[in-house]
Write a protein that binds this ligand. Structure first.
Ligand SMILES: C[S@@+](CC[C@H](N)C(=O)[O-])C[C@H]1O[C@@H](n2cnc3c(N)ncnc32)[C@H](O)[C@@H]1O
Length: 189
């Protein structure tokens, strides 16, 4: 049997499986090859809905192809930057939001998430969430000398405790700057 707690993506999926119920609305802010989009669809089921964003047409096409082989049609793939998410989704309507920052695995390593747009998308995401809605953000701390992660951390650490729960999961005994998981839950106030 494989270990369960050795990386950020595995832990985020364990938490998401507990959090997400059939019929919920989810957003994948970094579609990439579509693995998270498909995972979210599996969690929300046929009665839910998944929005997914990516700036790369290649990512959208790849995701479209893999979803074509599924039985789902309750999704919208959006070839746009996640900083524009509030133009596509009404505020206060989303149960779960996923960010998997960095570059597309197997793609162009020069196209990666950037601190300016990530921070705008993160701030908009807080508006999109329903009460008790949750953001699962996996951040790579090496691809840009940790700049993006540093700025994301500054924003989330400053969130008011009365309105948000926030936790950071770091792998302190691992080498090579492993990704970090940030979980933000909007409180029911
Ligand atoms: C680490 S990959 C995501 C992996 C993906 N979730 C999966 O399951 O395969 C990061 C993705 O973010 C995308 N990206 C970079 N900047 C973006 C932006 N401003 N808005 C939306 N997507 C962006 C990249 O094109 C890349 O595909």
């Amino acid at each position: 049997m494989d270990t369960k707690y050795d990386n950020a993506v595995k832990i985020s999926r364990i938490l998401m499986e507990r959090h997400i119920k059939g019929g919920m609305t989810a957003v994948d802010m970094t579609m990439g090859n579509g693995r998270d989009t498909l995972f979210l669809l599996g969690c929300v089921g046929k009665d839910g809905f998944v929005y997914a964003f990516d700036i790369q047409r290649q990512a959208v096409q790849k995701t479209m192809e893999s979803l074509r082989n599924s039985t789902f049609d309750n999704y919208k793939l959006i070839n746009d930057s996640h900083e524009n998410c509030s133009g596509y989704i009404e505020s206060g309507t989303v149960d779960v939001i996923v960010f998997n920052l960095g570059y597309l695995p197997g793609g162009n390593k020069n196209i990666f998430t950037k601190k300016e747009t990530t921070i705008k998308a993160l701030k908009s995401s807080l508006e999109l969430l329903k009460p008790l809605g949750t953001i699962f953000l996996t951040a790579y701390t090496a691809h840009d000398s940790g700049e993006e992660y540093k700025h994301v951390l500054e924003i989330v650490k400053a969130l008011p405790q009365k309105e948000y729960n926030m936790a950071v999961v770091r792998f302190e005994n691992q080498i090579n700057q492993p990704p970090v998981l940030i979980v933000i839950e909007k409180r029911n106030v």
